[in-house]
Write a new protein. Structure first.
Length: 139
């Protein structure tokens, strides 16, 4: 089962964020949290919050405890967001452009240990869909 968390409009360049993103890509959640905790970059603070949010999303979605299912970071990437353009006065009446960059980070978690309830939940979900379709066709 997958869970997703997104960080949007983070006030940092995507290039700086990617330095830390590359450190944790493909790792298990506990290992990634340790790496982020001891990384000095500001990006590590943002990514730690995002990873904790993704873990919480997985627990809410599955209704199970994350520690038992060995979650790992399946996909994580940082894209450029919008750019605030500001001007700074320069000598001889000129102006230099200041680009304040932002980025978006997307993180997808998945469990290594499979669980049988996943198939059961999918069947229940399909049954619910069929029931609602029948109710709609009756009306």
């Amino acid at each position: 089962m997958e869970a997703t968390a997104k960080l949007r409009n983070c006030p940092m360049s995507a290039r700086k964020m990617r330095l830390v993103v590359d450190l944790i890509r493909g790792r298990e959640v506990d290992e990634a949290l340790n790496i982020l905790k001891f990384t000095k970059n500001e990006a590590a603070v943002w990514l730690e919050k995002l990873l904790l949010s993704a873990i919480s999303n997985w627990e809410n979605k599955s209704g199970l405890d994350a520690d038992e299912y060995q979650l790992y970071i399946k996909t994580i990437f940082s894209n450029e967001g919008t750019m605030l353009k500001r001007y700074q006065p320069a000598p001889q009446g000129r102006a230099h452009r200041i680009r304040k960059r932002m980025n978006h980070v997307t993180l997808i978690l998945e469990n290594l240990v499979s669980f049988e309830e996943d198939e059961y939940q999918e069947e229940e979900y399909e049954e619910e869909i069929e029931e609602t379709e029948e109710e709609l066709t009756e009306e």
